[in-house]
Design a binder for this molecule. Structure first.
Ligand code: HEM
Length: 470
């Protein structure tokens, strides 16, 4: 319905010698002052609605139906929103809260206020950088299993890299959160149900734009209910097994339960434990899968970078499989992942709803407005990154760092991604383990299109061909 109003999106990719600008949507050039058209455009893809003039250090606003929408694209003001005045901006957008509340309840990703503060300390502790090495063996083994499976395929086999990476990172986070005894069938059922849940929810909440400050609840269709019931059933069983002492002692669920036993004032009942386990599971795999998929696309189109990655893996690991202890030495692999996160931030839009009136730059902001920080725009703003659309991992080599609050693939401030170290380590390690054994090729004729709903992915995944490395 009304889709005829949407403008078709053109994409461009530039590859000349060793200069590579990976694919992106053309700047939006629709007539100004047509908020309904913008909203429809956003329903298809959040990234095709930005004009060339948005890729600057600015704060700007539009009105969509009855709602003020403010774009904040300057590092200083982003700092105000996510750090200095965070108490006013801590609340997620109604779209996000409504889309996920059925599945995650009061889980960390969408909670705020006192619940968020209590649970944040708990979850951050469980996925803290000091604990990441304990999950190294899970990452190594799961990536190793993928390599073995790929090796059993004929040379030149074709696969969908997005599906492969989604399976890999879902398996890693599933074993980390629930432990090893979830079993293949239940693990697959949880992963499939999360995928269908995300496909079924609509991430634009029209109710919010027509005046409901908290948006409107999503329609709980029979298929949505089925997905949620399946996920909740499986997670509840894992939690109950752990509570009865039958769980895997190294899992994150076990850590949550032990914390509750030490701090009963947290009042984590089975449902709260389920909500946090589901939150970590959801937040902890799609993002890393998208990162790895985009990295394969970038390396396939930039073989000169791929050569540096291969040379580094050979230098650091010789012929043994990379392990988590190698990660600090894998500077090129890390730079590729960081540059991938700059060009294709898996969460390309951070949306907040302010509680009180405020002023940002010269814009007066009414309570309950929609505040958008858009890493996709920020990371491609020329005054912050030279040649912003170019793939140039060297930006992240050595001591070079982007200026504060200009590079925020994991968000920033008190709500920064607590799984940052887990996710970065996992992405670097999986990249190294796979790149040591395979070149992942993307057909030159294949047109990749970024599409953004909850996360930023290539539309229909990424068809690739595998080439074994000697
Ligand atoms: C490359 C991988 C990852 C990226 C790019 C990423 C990015 C993000 C971003 C941008 C946010 C903030 C969203 C917002 O404010 O609207 C976030 C939140 C979160 N992430 Fe990650 N993430 C990654 C991996 C992980 C992993 C591996 C875990 C868990 C093991 C995790 C757990 C969480 C949780 C629990 C939150 C909610 C935090 C809160 O609201 O206080 N993430 N992530």
């Amino acid at each position: 319905m009304l889709s005829w109003l949407q403008k078709p999106v053109n994409f461009q990719e530039v590859l000349v010698d060793e200069y590579f600008e990976p694919v992106r949507a053309d700047y939006y050039a629709g007539p100004p002052g047509k908020p309904l058209q913008l909203l429809l455009q956003a329903r298809t893809d959040f990234l095709s609605m930005w004009r060339a003039s948005d890729y600057r250090e600015i704060v700007s606003q539009i009105r969509i139906l009855g709602r003020q929408v403010v774009l904040v694209n300057s590092p200083a003001l982003i700092r105000d929103v996510v750090v200095k005045r965070q108490d006013n901006y801590e609340r997620k957008s109604p779209q996000m809260r409504r889309a996920l509340e059925y599945l995650l309840g009061d889980g960390l990703f969408i909670s705020d206020g006192e619940t968020w503060r209590q649970r944040r300390a708990l979850v951050a502790d469980i996925v803290h950088m000091n604990r990441v090495p304990a999950f190294g063996p899970v990452m190594e083994q799961t990536a190793g299993e993928l390599v073995e499976r790929w090796r059993a395929m004929p040379e030149g086999a074709t696969l969908n890299a997005l599906h492969e990476m989604a399976g890999l990172t879902a398996e890693i986070i599933s074993r980390s959160v629930f432990g090893n005894q979830l079993g293949e069938d239940s693990a697959a059922a949880v992963t499939d149900s999360f995928t269908s849940y995300q496909a079924l929810i609509d991430s634009i909440n029209l109710g919010y734009f027509i005046g409901f400050d908290d948006g409107l609840p999503i329609l709980r269709t029979p298929s949505l209910r089925r997905s949620v019931k399946r996920i909740h059933g499986i997670i509840d069983k894992v939690v109950e097994d752990h509570l009865a002492g039958r769980g895997d002692h190294n899992s994150m669920v076990e850590l949550l339960i032990r914390r509750q036993q030490r701090n009963p004032e947290l009042k984590l009942d089975v449902i709260a434990l389920r909500n946090e386990a589901a939150t970590i599971f959801m937040a902890g795999h799609e993002t890393t899968a998208a990162t790895l998929t985009w990295a394969w696309y970038l390396l396939a189109r930039a073989p000169w970078v791929e050569r540096s990655v291969h040379a580094e893996i050979a230098r650091v690991c010789a012929n043994r499989t990379p392990t988590i202890e190698d990660v600090p030495q894998l500077a090129w692999c890390k730079a590729v992942i960081e540059e991938t996160l700059r060009l294709y931030p898996p969460v390309p839009i951070l949306a907040r709803q302010n509680r009180r009136a405020d002023t940002l730059g010269d814009i007066a902001i009414a309570p309950n407005s929609l505040i958008l920080i858009v890493p996709w725009l920020l990371h491609r703003t020329e005054s912050l990154f030279s040649e912003p659309h170019r793939f140039l991992p060297e930006r992240f080599l050595g001591d070079r760092r982007p200026i504060p609050y200009s590079y925020i693939p994991f968000a920033s401030g008190p709500r920064v991604c607590p799984g940052l170290h887990f996710g970065l380590t996992e992405a670097v390690l999986c990249l190294a383990i796979i790149a040591q054994r395979f070149r992942v090729r993307v057909a030159e004729s294949h047109r990749v299109e970024p599409v953004c709903r909850l996360t930023l992915r290539p539309r229909d995944g990424l068809p690739v061909t595998l080439e074994r490395r000697p």
